[in-house]
Write a protein that binds this ligand. Structure first.
Ligand code: 13P
Ligand code: SF4
Length: 326
């Protein structure tokens, strides 16, 4: 039974009973309810460790599309839960805290984006997966950082394209492909904050370290990268490359998996421009805790809802992405 006060909070605020073995109880409830836990690489290490599946945005969408579970618990941000719900309308999709939004999704309101699209007739609309369902409903093809380049390259050279909402990812694709996509002016508050100067200082102290950069970072940071890619691509590179040290310019949660996979290597989080804050942490992802995950499974709440009209339009560009990046 879901209490109304929880609805206001956006998550179940009830304290977990003292002495609860969180890990054992979470796994027990998953089995009992035929639920699958999916987690993004930016969530807390403990959340990643209890999950059935951990991945980047693309892998999470693919996994949702093929799961046979009745309940998907998406340990990540709201748009990830929405994407799962759009792909699996008959399943119950839960996100342990509805306050886990995303600054990129927030930077692109549907009314303004709709006007932007109208102001550019004849353009194909490509939206990054970090958007609300309402934006996806206005989109021709959804992309993730893992397939954006491949999908843009698959379109004819002369095709006019609107790309939103991340201006940094859009600029990076424009620079590499020579396209002139029209860009929406959005950005991620975590990736915008990495300091080129402080990354270069760190590199001077660790000259053999390879620099790994997520394409949501600003252009000057992307330029000094040894590898630019999605979280999954950066993780793979860190496992396959011979380097023993890596400077990692993306949300620091990924270091958990990198370090687990390669305990003998050293992973240094890239410093943000403000040394007094933990700016390389996504405060939205970190809202997902083991306690909220436990309560979410126990009460099967909060549930992600997407109106059938929006879902019907939003599923097409997501399926197009999945088709184009098989
Ligand atoms: P990935 O698709 O690389 O996992 O990135 C998601 C994200 O939110 C980056 O900030
Ligand atoms: Fe959104 Fe940035 Fe957090 Fe990724 S790191 S979920 S883009 S706010």
């Amino acid at each position: 039974m879901v209490d109304n006060k929880w609805k206001e909070a956006g998550y179940v605020t009830e304290p977990v009973p003292a002495g609860t073995d969180l890990k054992a109880e979470i796994r027990r409830m998953c089995k009992e309810k035929n639920a699958i836990i999916m987690a993004h690489y930016y969530t807390d290490g403990a959340v990643q460790d209890i999950a059935d599946f951990v991945g980047d945005s693309l892998a999470l969408a693919r996994q949702a599309a093929r799961t046979e579970a009745d309940i998907i618990v998406m340990c990540g941000v709201h748009f990830m839960g929405e994407t799962n719900k759009i792909l699996c309308p008959d399943k119950k999709v839960l996100v342990p805290d509805l306050n886990a939004t995303c600054s990129l999704a927030e930077s692109c309101p549907a009314k303004e984006f709709g006007d932007f699209v109208k102001a550019h007739p004849g353009h194909t609309v490509i939206s990054y997966v970090n958007t609300t369902a309402a934006i996806k409903a206005l989109t021709d093809i959804v992309v993730t950082s893992g397939n954006a380049m491949q999908i843009v390259n698959a379109l004819p050279k002369e095709e006019k394209i609107i790309f939103g909402p991340d201006r940094n990812l859009g600029s990076y694709i424009n620079a590499v492909t020579g396209r002139q996509m029209v860009l929406w002016d959005g950005a991620c508050h975590v990736h915008e904050k990495f300091s080129l100067e402080r990354i270069l200082q760190l590199k001077a102290q660790h000259p053999d370290a390879k620099i790994l950069v997520h394409p949501e970072c600003k252009g000057p940071v992307v330029k000094v990268a040894d590898k630019v890619g999605s979280t999954a691509a950066l993780l793979k590179f860190s496992q396959e490359d011979d380097a023993k040290e890596f400077i990692v310019a993306t949300e620091s949660g990924i270091l958990h998996k990198m370090q687990q996979a390669c305990p003998e290597k050293t992973f240094l989080p890239a410093p943000p421009d403000d040394s007094t804050c933990a700016c390389n942490e996504c405060n939205f992802m970190k809202l997902i805790t083991m306690e909220k995950l436990y309560n979410c499974l126990r009460y099967e709440w909060p549930e992600i809802e997407v109106s059938p009209e929006v879902a019907e339009r939003a599923v097409r560009p997501i399926n197009r992405m999945l088709e184009m990046s098989k």
